[in-house]
Design a protein around this ligand. Structure first.
Ligand code: NDP
Length: 247
């Protein structure tokens, strides 16, 4: 039996890219899934593409703590417990600070940081009661490095790394595992969230050049590995880059 088989796993930000690929990978491994994001059509299509899977979807915006709580409640209602929460939702509207994109700054802070906190807040009481569980977040190489145009995005990913390390320290005695997955460039729709034309062109150039960027499936494999280790083994971080990535 796979070590993922029958685990109850909630994925926030499952409607495309890494979240979608992870949903497929974990469904194949026999997990029981609740997936969420804002685009209902994409979630519905994903569920319909997995007819043999034990899977439900819910529409939720991670910036809304009540909607995030409802996703966790759905998992508890359906399966009785939650083994893993994967906080994967994120946006990356890169741009130089001098452009003063106030709305995009706020959006990144709300989705990439507060979204992760909303997930932790919703699931932590459940996991503390269970005395077991694992919370995973998609961080980034941008959680370790900054380059021109990435200041705010990197700031959010540095923050997630700090929050997830704090979570690890606070909850290790309660048997709760904290994991971040930190990819380099992955060829996904994330690049559509960059509105600054020059920055979008150069970022796309690195991630979407044939044979350069990681595939979402490569990251999904890393997530599956982190989930599959024994309860006594906590993978704190997997940093995964395209071989040809310099940064
Ligand atoms: P995608 O754009 O394909 O996926 C982003 C996911 O996040 C979608 O499912 C989207 O769903 C969801 N999402 C965005 N905003 C919200 C919100 N407010 N509420 C709920 N869900 C939301 O890109 P990726 O797969 O690349 O991104 C996944 C994660 O990986 C992000 O955290 C990103 O920062 C991180 N990452 C990506 C890298 C890359 O190069 N692609 C590199 C390193 C990290 P919907 O729009 O339907 O709500």
């Amino acid at each position: 039996m796979s070590k993922i088989q029958d685990k109850v796993i909630v994925i926030m930000g499952a409607s495309s890219g890494i979240g979608e690929a992870t949903t497929k990978k974990l469904a194949q491994e026999g997990a029981k899934l609740v997936i969420a994001a804002r685009r209902e059509d994409r979630l519905k299509a994903l569920v319909e593409s997995l007819p043999d899977a034990d899977i439900a979807y819910a529409v939720a915006d991670v910036t809304n703590k009540d909607e995030v709580q409802a996703v966790i409640d759905l998992a508890v209602e359906k399966y009785g417990h939650v083994d893993v929460l994967y906080n994967n939702a994120g946006v990356m509207p890169l741009a130089p600070l001098s452009e003063k994109r106030f709305d995009e700054w706020r959006q990144m802070l709300d989705i990439n940081i507060v979204g992760v906190l909303n997930g932790i807040a919703a699931v932590l009481p459940v996991m503390k009661k269970q005395q077991s569980g694992q919370i995973i977040a998609t961080d980034s190489v941008a959680g370790h490095a900054v380059w021109p145009g990435s200041a705010v995005y990197s700031g959010t990913k540095f923050a997630v790394r700090a929050i997830m390390e704090g979570l690890r320290q606070e909850e290790q005695t309660g048997n709760i595992r904290s994991t971040i997955i930190s990819p380099g460039a992955v060829d996904t729709e994330l690049y559509n969230t960059i509105n600054d034309p020059e920055t979008q062109a150069s970022a796309r150039n690195s991630a979407q050049t044939e044979g350069f960027g990681l595939k979402s499936e490569d990251v999904a494999d890393a997530v599956a590995y982190a989930i599959s280790t024994p309860e006594s083994v906590s993978i704190s971080e997997i940093l995964i880059r395209p071989t040809k990535q310099a940064l």
